[in-house]
Write a protein that binds this ligand. Structure first.
Ligand code: URA
Length: 188
């Protein structure tokens, strides 16, 4: 699938009514960036700021994420792609429900097909569990590389958790991002 078809898909998603999240969303948050660096970052779902702006990770947690990615990987938003498991905001920032995740999964699959990233970084429990198809928690899944659809998947903490958890969590996120940098450079 090409980048052009990704644009078409984003247009299609902008009017999606496949699940109940469409009833309460302001904007669909499809995803932004390019895969020029080979990196795809996957979060959980839009929050309030993202629902209003239509862009992923624009709130406080996004600002922390941008800073860490820039400092550890030397990448800015234009050179990696960032998207969420669900493209519409779950009311009150609750976790997305399994049927909402299922209804939205075709979009993420198509994004992966179009972008063909070498490395996928998942942020937090929800994204990591959905992609790896496991019930295990982020604490036991992070700290190592996972094989995922012929790519390297690196789970790390959600930046919102790092905002609450402080220096220790941020240091662990930095270590995971260094793993991503090595994986981008070497393929493992
Ligand atoms: N949290 C997420 O998981 N995704 C966003 O886009 C914003 C906050």
């Amino acid at each position: 699938m090409s980048a052009a078809s990704l644009v078409e898909l984003a247009a299609q998603a902008s009017t999606c009514t496949a699940c109940r999240l469409s009833e309460t969303r302001t904007k669909v948050v499809f995803g932004t960036g390019t895969a020029d660096s080979g990196l795809l970052v996957v979060g959980e779902g839009p929050g309030r700021d993202e629902d209003l702006s239509g862009e992923p990770f624009v709130g406080r947690s996004g600002q922390l994420l941008d800073k860490l990615i820039e400092e550890e990987l030397g990448l800015t938003r234009a050179s990696f792609y960032i998207a969420n498991v669900v493209k519409c905001r779950p009311p009150g920032n609750r976790d997305p429900a399994p049927d909402e995740i299922a209804a939205c999964s075709g979009y993420l699959d198509a994004q992966v097909a179009a972008l063909d990233p070498r490395v996928v970084v998942t942020l937090g429990n929800v994204a990591t569990r959905v992609l790896l198809g496991t019930d295990l928690g982020i604490t036991s899944l992070r700290g190592r590389l996972h094989e995922w659809r012929g790519r390297v998947l690196i789970p790390t903490f959600h930046p919102a958790y790092a905002l609450r958890g402080g220096g220790v969590v941020v240091a662990q996120m930095r270590a995971d991002l260094v793993r991503a940098k090595l994986a981008l450079a070497t393929g493992r």
